[in-house]
Design a protein around this ligand. Structure first.
Ligand SMILES: Cc1ncc(C[n+]2csc(CCOP(=O)(O)OP(=O)(O)O)c2C)c(N)n1
Ligand code: SF4
Length: 300
């Protein structure tokens, strides 16, 4: 696992596989994670990107930003397309190519979940990433089943009525070799996770919380603050499950103790997407976080 010092060296010694001049918004966390994931995976990687911001921020041919093959795919088909590509390479006897699905939460937790579950059941040797910006951002901020309760979106103008679905736990229940969660604003963790995942055979699932300035309505300069606050409040939990063994990430472990945890209101008030919440709504979100933290604390 790389230290921060080694990571800084790695930035200049590894090839740049997602180049500058892409068309992501300023402060996009998803693109930061993709850049570091590709640095870890290396040039022998094929990316499958179902309908999402990932089809837009790659840019327009012939000036697209990806230096590796990058396939824009139908919304529901991120995992099934990857399954076909893996089968094709296997038929050709090519064993050293990483196939990476890079999908949003809409493309994963909503429309893509069936294809993902099927590809996993077939034992597909690929890495599936859900970069989770908690909404359909590419099409103008509609809610997904990964949107936090009370978030105001164009389809939930008064605030979403139900809690976020826990996609990482759903996939972990498929008993696959590797599941990990991280925040896109932590390049060291992103690099380390992808370096680890590429050595494992079979389906790998990585859930990345990706703060999104326009969709969450915070200033682009504060993207990394949102990633840090998500961990400190426990609103996003960091853990890994390798061959059925769940371990809690050290950063999250600290905040499973409620006395050390930052209250969720500190996260909420940084982001325009929640509008003004009343006391009972804030308490409800806090209770949801506390329950999830208590559940994870059993694995410490
Ligand atoms: C079947 C289908 N329905 C709707 C769309 C329109 N569409 C394109 S991207 C998108 C939202 C994608 O959301 P998400 O997967 O969360 O990725 P993000 O845009 O947030 O990066 C939608 C609804 C589509 N391409 N195909
Ligand atoms: S809308 Fe959000 S996720 Fe999409 S490119 Fe912009 S910052 Fe990134």
């Amino acid at each position: 696992m790389l230290t921060v010092k080694e990571l800084i060296q790695t930035e200049s010694t590894t090839p740049e596989l997602f180049n500058a001049g892409n068309s992501a918004c300023a402060g996009c966390a998803s693109i930061l994670a993709l850049r570091w994931a590709l640095k870890a995976l290396g040039p022998k990687t094929v990316v499958v990107a179902p309908a999402s911001c990932a089809n837009v921020y790659i840019g327009i041919w012939p000036k697209a930003s990806s230096a590796v093959p990058y396939i824009n795919m139908a919304f529901a088909a991120g995992a099934s397309a990857a399954s076909g590509i893996v089968a094709g390479y296997e038929a050709l006897g090519k064993k050293d190519i990483n196939v990476l699905t890079w999908a949003g939460d809409g493309g994963t937790v909503d429309i893509g979940i069936q294809a993902l579950s099927g590809a996993i059941e077939r034992g597909t040797n690929f890495i599936y990433t859900c970069y989770d910006n908690e909404g359909y951002m590419n099409t103008g901020t509609q809610r997904s089943s990964s949107t936090l309760k009370y978030t105001k979106t164009t389809t939930t103008p008064l605030g979403k009525g139900m809690h976020k679905k826990d996609i990482a736990q759903i996939i972990a229940a498929h008993d696959i070799p590797y599941v990990a969660t991280c925040v896109a604003t932590d390049p060291q963790e992103v690099y380390n996770i992808y370096s680890e995942a590429k050595k494992i055979h079979g389906p790998k699932f990585i859930h990345i919380l990706s703060p999104c300035a326009p969709g969450w309505r915070f200033p682009a300069s504060r993207t990394t603050v949102m990633g840090d606050l998500a961990i400190k409040t426990g609103i996003f939990l960091l853990w890994k499950q390798i061959d059925g063994e769940l371990t809690v990430n050290k950063r999250t472990a600290k905040y499973l103790d409620k006395k050390k945890r930052t209250p969720v209101i500190e996260y909420i008030k940084e982001q325009g997407r929640f509008g003004t919440l009343n006391e009972s709504q804030v308490n409800d979100l806090q209770a949801w976080v506390d329950k999830r933290c208590d559940k994870l604390a059993r694995f410490l």
